[in-house]
Ligand binder design. Structure first.
Ligand code: ZN
Length: 303
């Protein structure tokens, strides 16, 4: 299997979940071995007066790399490293995981993603709009093999009742279980025997992110999730689902967790040949998994 990029540029636009502002991203073909790179435009966010404002009109590159994870809280945020030194947050890009999941599942390794602003649009809360955009951009096979990482022995990461177990396998296989004390969720479990573009598009990508009404209210008070609404997420109150159209599947919740996992796996820069079994995961645990895979991959390639 060789690396791929897209055939022509494509634009995706929608609301940013946290800012509530219109965000536009442009996906562009990229050369072989260049990886997935976010290009932040106007990322200095300065007022033109202070130090660091020279970055304002510049382009800052942030590779989709596990070493660039800046925050694992509620979403995956990537940032530059090394500056500024005055305590302001570094140029960053939030909510990358649904887009990265679509890129990974469609087996695209090289892509330039230009963003004006600091988050990827939330779209309908799922990965499907990104799958549709990438499909419309076409696909070009490139002249170098795709990177794969063969997991040689099982290992486990645990945090209280949350865990990820990894076992050697012929290809990428995913099992995911969640348990929520809520009448519409409860225990849900899904298994993907072989993650490929078709299975992802049909069984996983349409699953939307979800949140609870009391959390949404608290986030809004904190100035977050301004763009969050029934158009961008499944919202639950104590009894049920508030969205008029209901759920896309009764187990839409656990299917969405698979999107989050796949998007975080894209930060490895290689396809792990492993069976990944997650129990009650979240971005923080996913990132610990990818860090562990990355360490094993790096040590393995040295020997
Ligand atoms: Zn998500």
């Amino acid at each position: 299997m060789n690396q791929s990029t897209i055939a022509r540029k494509v634009v995706s636009a929608g609301l940013g979940l946290h800012s509530g502002e219109d965000v536009e991203i442009t996906l562009l073909p990229a050369p072989v071995e260049s990886g997935i790179v976010f290009v932040l435009r106007g990322a200095g966010e300065g007022d033109g007066e202070g130090e660091g404002d020279e970055y304002r009109s510049s382009e800052i590159e942030v590779p989709a790399d596990i070493r660039r994870v800046y925050s694992s809280s509620r979403a995956t945020t990537l940032a530059t490293e090394g500056y500024p030194s005055d305590g302001r947050p570094p140029p960053h890009i939030a909510t990358v995981e649904h887009l990265l999941a679509a890129i990974f599942a469609l087996d695209i390794q090289n892509l330039r993603i230009e963003v004006f602003g600091s988050e990827v649009p939330i779209m309908d809360g799922s990965a499907l709009p990104f799958v549709v955009a990438l499909r419309s951009a076409g696909r070009v096979t490139q002249d170098a093999p795709r990177r794969e990482f063969e997991v040689e022995e099982p290992f486990e990461i645990r945090e209280g009742d949350r865990s990820i177990r990894v076992e050697p396998a012929n290809d990428l296989r995913i099992s995911y279980g969640i348990d929520f004390d809520h009448p519409k969720i409860g225990r849900q479990f899904v298994e993907i025997l072989k993650l490929d573009d078709k299975v992802f598009e049909q069984e996983i990508a349409p699953a939307r992110t979800f949140g609870f009404l009391h959390e949404v209210e608290a986030l809004r008070k904190a100035g977050l999730a301004i763009g969050g609404s029934l158009d961008t997420a499944v919202v639950l109150d104590e009894e049920g689902v508030l969205n008029a159209g209901g759920l896309r599947w009764p187990d839409e919740f656990v299917r969405h967790k698979v999107i989050d996992l796949v998007g975080d796996l894209a930060l490895l820069g290689a396809r792990p040949k492993a069976h990944i079994k997650v129990e009650r995961g979240g971005h923080r645990l996913h990132h610990r998994l990818v860090e562990e895979l990355e360490t094993r991959m790096r040590l393995g390639s040295v020997s």
